[in-house]
Design a protein around this ligand. Sequence first.
Ligand code: ADP
Length: 608
Amino acid sequence: MPRPSLLSRLYLLLGVLGLGFIGLAFYLHRTTESLLTRDLGRELAGDLAFLVDLGRNDPSLLQPPRADSLARAVSRYKGYRVTIIAPDGAVVGESHVPAERLGEIANHADRAEVKAARADTALGQSLHYSQTVGMTMFYAAKSVSSGGTVIRMAAGPATLDDFRAAARRTAMWAILLFIMAAGVIALWVSQRISQPLLRLRGEARDVSKPLRWEAPFREAEILNEAFVDYADAIQNLAVELRVERDRLLAVLDRLEEGVVLLDHRGFIRAVNAAALKLLPLHLDGKSDANGESLVGRYFGTVVHHEGLARWATEVRTSGPASSGKSGGVPREGVYQVDKREDGGANDSPMDLLCHSRALRPDGAELELLLTFVDVTSFRNLDRAKTDFVANASHELKTPLSSILGYSETLLDGAMEDARARGTFLQKIHANARRLQGLVQDLLNLSQLESAESAPRAEPLFVRDFVQAAWNNHRAAAENQGIRFENRVPVNLKWNLEPRDLDLMVGNLVGNAVKYNSPAGKVRVEWDETARTLGVRDTGAGIPTEALPRIFERFYRGGGARATNEGTGLGLAIVKHAAQRYGITVAAESVLGEGSRFTLEVPVDIIGN
Ligand code: ADP
C-alpha cells in the first residue's frame, strides 16, 4: 500500500485539530455560559441581600399587599422578575403576574431555589422552566430568616439568551476562522510542497533530460540536488552500459561463428553478422543489414529451415542442461542449410554445425545461446576422402584381378601353349605396369597433398622439362604418327621444385599424346605477355560439360574410360603441384579440333 501523502496527513491533522477546536469552542461556550450565570447570580445576590435587609427592617414590606408592590417596583427598576414567597410557600408578591391573579399561582414551597434558600439562608440558585412565565429562567432566592419569607429574583429568557447568543457567536466565529486558516494552510502546503514534489517526480521520470525544477524552499533544494546527483550517476551508468554493450556486439559481429541468443520463450535477443550470413533467416528488407528487425521475433518463424526451427524449440523446451544431451535432445547437430531458400547468394548447400548452450544470467530467466559453424569444407573433405578410398580401391582392383586371372589361367595349363603364354604374360605385364602407374600417381598425389614445407625451388629450364616429357611418350606418339613442336624459349627459367615441374609438364604432355588423334600434333608454347605455358593437341577435345570436372581425382572422360590407359589422377596431380606456387591451371577445348591446357605462372616464379 502506498504511504499516505503529505497533504492527506496534513488534512488529517487539521481535521483532528478542527475537532479539538470545536470541542474547545463548545467547552468555552459552556464555560462562558456558566461564568455569565455566576455573574448573574452574583448580581441577583446583591439585589436580594438589599431586599432581605429591607424586609428585616420593615417586615410589613414583605406582607401583602405591600409585598406585591415591592416586587413590581424592584422589577421595574432592575428589569428582573421578582417573587416574594411566604413561609408557607404562597406567592405574596409577583412582578410578572397581575395582582388579581396572585392567588392562582401554584405554591412555591417545593421549588429548588426556594428550598435551598430556606435551608441555610444562603443564596439558592436554580435554572428551570417556569410554568408561570412559560420559559426557562435563572432563579436566585434568599430567605429573610431561617424558614421565613423568601425573596426570589429571576433573570428572564431575554438576558439568558443574550448571554448564550454571544457565547455561540464567539464560538462560531472561532470555528469559521479556524476552517479558513486550515484551508489556507492546506492550500499553501499544497502549492509550496506537494505540487512541486509531484512536478519533480514528473521531471525525474526521464533521466536523460536535465531537471528543470526550481526548488521552492531549502529542503526541496537539497532533495533536488540529490536527484540531480542521482540522475547524473544513472546517466553515467547508462553510458558505461551502452559502451559495454556496443563492445560486446562488436565482438559478436566479428566472430566467425554465427551466434543467436534466444530468450526463454524462443524469441531472438541478439543475432550476429555471421549468423545472418550462415542461416536462412527472413529479414525485413535489404536495408536491415545488421538484423535489427529480427530482435524480438520468434526464432522458429524467421528461420526458413524446418529442422533447425524444430531443433531450437526442442533444446529450449527440454531443460537447462549445459552440455551433452538433455531430455533425449542432442545439444549439437549438423544441419544442411540451403541459403537459396531465402534468395541468398550461396549456391551450394552448407553444412552447419549447430550447438546450443543454456545460459542463466544472474537472477534472469533461462536463455539459450545457439552457435553455428560452417563445416561444409570439412564435410566435403571427409566425403572426398571416403570417395577417394573407394575409387582407389576400385582402380587397384581391376588390374589386380586381371593379373590374378591371367596368372591362374597360365598355372592351370596355358603355360604349355607358347602363344597363349606370350599373350597372357604381356597382359600380366601391362596390368602390372598400370598398377605401378596407379601406385606412383597415388604416391605423387599424397606427397603433394601432405607437403607442408615450402617447396625447395630452383631455377629450371622449362624447355628441357617439356622435351623430357615428350621423350617419355615419344615411342607411343610416333607409333601414332603424332608430331611434336617445342616452342618454349631456350632461356625460360621457372623457380620450382624439379619434381613438381616434371609432374605438371609430364602429365599435360602425356595427356596431349594420349588423347590425340592419329597423325595429330602436340605443341607447347610460351606466351610472354600472358605468362602462360600452353600445351595444345589436335585430339577429339573435351565435352563442355566435362571440362569443370577433369581436374577431380579419378575423373575420367567417356572415351578415356574405355581404354586401359590413364588413372584419372593426372590432372589432379597437375592441379596440386601448381597450387603450391600459385600457378593457375586451365583447360579449353573445341570438340573435334583439340584441347589446350595452360599454366599461368606468377611473376615471382619466372627466373632470369
Ligand atoms: P587420365 O589418367 O584419365 O588421363 P587425367 O586426370 O589426366 O586422367 O585426365 C582426366 C580426364 O580428362 C581424362 O580421362 C580425359 O577424359 C580428359 N582429358 C585430359 N586431357 C585431355 C586432352 N588433352 N584431350 C582430351 N581429353 C583430355
